[in-house]
Design a binder for this molecule. Structure first.
Ligand SMILES: *[C@@H]1O[C@H](CO)[C@@H](O)[C@H](O)[C@H]1NC(C)=O
Ligand SMILES: *[C@@H]1O[C@H](CO)[C@@H](O)[C@H](O)[C@H]1NC(C)=O
Ligand SMILES: *[C@@H]1O[C@H](CO)[C@@H](O)[C@H](O)[C@H]1NC(C)=O
Ligand SMILES: *[C@@H]1O[C@H](CO)[C@@H](O)[C@H](O)[C@H]1NC(C)=O
Ligand SMILES: *[C@@H]1O[C@H](CO)[C@@H](O)[C@H](O)[C@H]1NC(C)=O
Ligand SMILES: *[C@@H]1O[C@H](CO)[C@@H](O)[C@H](O)[C@H]1NC(C)=O
Length: 391
């Protein structure tokens, strides 16, 4: 029965994406919705952070030999024009648990602006990510580094891939960061998920995970919210999908074929974009709501977790050249639908990162299985939570 469903799913996926740039990767990975996992809210066209106009994403995945499983993710907040005035966005951030790193956030808090690309990579590569991003910006526009305060300090965030990846070799080099940024500059709206970019070696709730994305259209206001995240946290028994204790159920029926300890030792980095006109204090509120999406999955912001989130708005900041600036912002009493959208996007993007990731064998022969799509479908069906219109 499952085999038949899979064939049908594959056909419908192919049909939906026919004619779009997804065709280039004709073997598009399945996403949470393809399995019939139910979600609230209306996603954008790609159900990705790139549904927020001008946001671009690029990856450099590094899988070499038996022991290198890592990579770099790059996000351009305002498209491929890297000039300061073009990139500047209102932004803010929130740390649910600070056992991790995100550079550049002190200046970001001080100025209220994000004005550089964002890099997400592994823990040991924050330094190379930072210097390489600065070099790349410089290469785009040689006059842009006259005063570093003008351009902002690069945002580089990390999670730890040390189970599957031999990070002791420091495999990420400058050219990998350049390639991720160049790929973002040339990218289309389709965003790959799972074992790609910085998410290549990541593990979530005991299963292989990595990069995930999702978006929502806030119909009443015609704004878009999108997230891209790198998920690497949680224990198996914590996992909740669509309100169902999927992790507990999986522990009952599965043989353990993982070689990593079942401990909540990872982290999660979440980047949230919106075209809604929000000021930095409102973006702080958006960033805090990311925590609630993680909570819906069963995450607890564990002691050794680096759970750090950044939210930015691509809305137009008018009168760019004048001394006094004019900015529009959404009335606070209308912001709840955006909070809701943020929470929904985070929940779906984390599940997408699990569903898209494939089983990986890495450093020292360590094996981390992907979550079984068939088991997830059967457990949701048992709890009457499967979206039957998908099947
Ligand atoms: C169920 O699946 C249908 C068809 O794919 C989709 O239109 C609908 O939004 C889904 N409902 C939920 C709650 O996810
Ligand atoms: C980038 O933006 C700057 C400043 O607005 C503008 O002068 C320049 O022409 C733009 N470059 C490209 C390639 O669009
Ligand atoms: C290059 O950077 C300078 C200094 O920040 C800026 O004034 C100029 O508009 C940028 N040029 C382009 C083409 O982006
Ligand atoms: C909604 O927003 C999009 C993107 O900004 C715009 O292209 C579209 O015209 C808007 N639609 C309505 C009904 O305002
Ligand atoms: C699975 O086995 C590995 C290796 O023995 C162990 O470290 C891990 O905690 C086990 N996972 C679960 C969920 O029991
Ligand atoms: C931003 O606002 C200014 C002033 O209202 C306008 O001239 C400009 O076209 C707007 N830019 C965009 C991208 O909407």
């Amino acid at each position: 029965m499952y085999t038949i469903q899979r064939v049908l799913l594959f056909c419908s996926v192919w049909y939906c994406t026919e004619g779009s740039d997804v065709e280039k990767t004709s073997t598009r990975k399945l996403r949470a919705r393809d399995l019939g996992i139910p979600f609230d809210g209306t996603p954008g066209k790609y159900n990705a952070i790139t549904d927020v106009d001008n946001v671009q994403v690029g990856f450099r995945t590094i899988i070499e030999g038996d022991s290198i499983r890592t990579g770099v993710t790059a996000i351009l907040p305002r498209g491929s024009n890297i000039s300061i005035t073009e990139q500047r966005c209102f932004a803010n951030w929130f740390s649910l648990n600070g056992n991790g790193e995100m550079t550049g956030i002190h200046l970001l808090t001080e100025s209220g602006f994000l004005s550089t690309p964002i890099i997400i990579t592994n823990t040991n590569s924050v330094g190379i990510g930072y210097t390489s991003a600065l070099k790349w910006i410089y290469q785009q526009n040689e006059t842009s580094l006259v005063n570093v305060g003008d351009i902002g300090l690069p945002i580089v965030a990390e999670t730890w891939d040390g189970f599957l990846n031999n990070f002791r070799e420091f495999p990420i080099k400058e050219e990998h960061v350049f390639e991720a940024l160049d790929n973002a500059k040339q990218s289309s709206s389709y965003v790959e998920e799972g074992n790609v970019g910085g998410g290549t070696g990541m593990i979530n709730f005991g299963y292989k995970a990595g990069t995930g994305t999702s978006s929502r259209i806030v119909d009443t206001l015609n704004y878009t919210v999108g997230v891209l995240l790198q998920a690497n946290f949680g224990r198996k028994n914590q996992l909740i999908i669509a309100g169902v204790p999927v992790g507990q159920e999986l522990l009952d029926i599965e043989t353990n074929t993982s070689s990593v300890p079942d401990k909540d030792v990872g982290s999660i980095i979440v980047i949230l974009a919106t075209d809604a006109p929000l000021l930095p204090h409102q973006l702080k509120r958006m960033a805090t709501r990311v925590s609630l999406g993680i909570g819906k999955l069963g995450g607890i912001g564990a002691d050794s977790s680096g759970d750090i989130f950044l939210a930015f708005s691509t809305a137009n900041i008018t009168d760019k050249s004048s001394t006094t600036k004019v900015a529009e912002f959404l009335s606070n009493d209308l912001i709840n639908p955006l909070f809701n959208a943020a929470i929904q996007c985070v929940e779906e993007a984390i599940i997408n990162s699990l569903i898209a990731a494939e089983t990986m064998v890495g450093f020292g022969g360590i094996r981390v299985p992907s979550i079984s799509h068939e088991n997830v479908i059967n457990i949701l069906r048992k709890y009457n939570r499967l979206n039957d219109s998908t099947h």
